[in-house]
Unconditional design. Structure first.
Length: 388
């Protein structure tokens, strides 16, 4: 790429329900505040991502892209393979993050501590494919014994229905963890036998003083962390006066910062969320979430935006001295459906797209009417009259 005559064009390719929300907008605002002299940003709309061929996508120099529900990750991988942009997060590794078995293998290869585990493999009929035995207070997987309490996780990282089974001395039964529903994140069941419908991963239960630590790494040297009440306690979500889940900032230890650095490199993810369990002075990674960010923390947005901008800049200029003048971020572009229309006057026309758009996109467009009002207030973006 010849940089003398143009800026680095950075594509933001992800579902608008993520990219048009406060965290992502705030991160990009801060990136442009520090590196706006060198970067232009173009958003890929949902319509482009889902309905257009990759040959109709804007060709960019760098790409911020990540998976969420509905995102065609295989299609995005084909785009990256064909046009070879500099990617912030490795898409192939994002696929691996969706498989807990793959995640643990990567952690193991990178020398990152994780709970002791075993996998019970089953075919589509639920038939066990390896050696498995179940008893009242323990299970045996391929000769390895797991005493209760232990944790049972689906192999799919997108399945958040995690169970914790208790020893008879603790009253037996299990606690079923799930995605937050209203004020609940888990519920107790008298069920003591493990699930048998598909393959599951079993981990040794780690005592954690009833807290979870959620970490948000950006680059190899920065990681913001928060603690929350563990869902396994009673399933009741603690909220602050604003109705948000109560969390407190956590200062990570030197060992935990080393874990963060190793993890970012192992998964080739500049932006990567992960969870750790603290057992005394030892910390274990129990989950890797891929591209995820903190909500409502200004200093995180500032750090994340600056780091991402620096990484993109250094990749092309190979020089850490920018000497920029904090240019206001007026160089943000919205692709195809968005372009050539001032954002303040922009309205979606569902009727015009009636013949070629899916129900999913219609729903997303409806949501985005409200989202774009938020953008106006948050970033005061001036859309360039530019075609791609």
């Amino acid at each position: 790429m010849e940089l003398k005559d143009k800026k680095i064009l950075v594509g933001v390719c992800a579902m608008s329900k993520k990219t048009m929300r406060v965290p992502m907008i705030s991160i990009l605002e801060n990136m442009m505040k520090n590196y706006g002299s060198y970067l232009d940003i173009i958003y890929f709309s949902d319509n482009t991502i889902l309905l257009k061929s990759i040959d109709e996508w804007p060709i960019v120099d760098a790409l911020i892209t990540f998976y969420s529900t509905g995102f065609p990750i295989e299609k995005a991988i084909k785009y990256v393979t064909k046009y070879q942009p500099f990617v912030i997060n490795d898409l192939e590794k994002q696929i691996k993050i969706m498989d807990r078995d793959c995640v643990l293998s990567i952690l193991n290869d990178a020398g990152i501590s994780h709970p002791e585990y075993g996998i019970v493999k089953r075919n589509d009929n639920g038939e066990v494919l390896n050696n498995f035995e179940e008893y009242n207070d323990y299970i045996i997987i391929d000769g390895k014994k797991f005493m209760k309490p232990f944790v049972e996780k689906p192999i799919s990282g997108e399945d958040h229905n995690v169970y914790i089974y208790y020893h008879s001395s603790q009253g037996s039964g299990c606690r079923m963890l799930f995605r937050k529903k209203n004020n609940m994140s888990s519920m107790f069941s008298k069920t003591s036998n493990v699930r048998r419908d598909k393959s599951y991963l079993y981990e040794k239960f780690i005592e954690t003083s009833n807290i979870d630590v959620k970490c948000y790494a950006v680059g190899s040297k920065y990681c913001y962390a928060e603690s929350r009440k563990a869902p396994a306690v009673d399933g009741v979500i603690e909220r602050d006066i604003n109705g948000k889940e109560r969390r407190e900032e956590v200062i990570l230890t030197k060992e935990e910062m080393e874990i963060s650095s190793k993890l970012v490199k192992a998964f080739n993810h500049t932006v990567c969320g992960f969870d750790i369990l603290r057992d005394g002075e030892k910390s274990y990674v129990c989950d890797v979430n891929g591209f995820s960010f903190v909500k409502g923390v200004k200093k995180y947005y500032e750090e994340a935006g600056n780091i991402i901008g620096e990484i993109i800049y250094n990749n092309f200029y190979n020089n850490k001295e920018t000497n920029n003048n904090n240019v206001v971020n007026e160089n943000i572009i919205l692709s195809e459906d968005f372009q050539n229309i001032p954002l303040e006057k922009y309205k979606y026309s569902i009727q015009q797209k009636e013949d070629n758009i899916t129900d999913f996109i219609k729903e997303e467009y409806s949501k985005n009417k409200k989202i774009h009002k938020e953008i106006i207030e948050l970033s005061k973006i001036k859309v360039l009259q530019r075609n791609f």
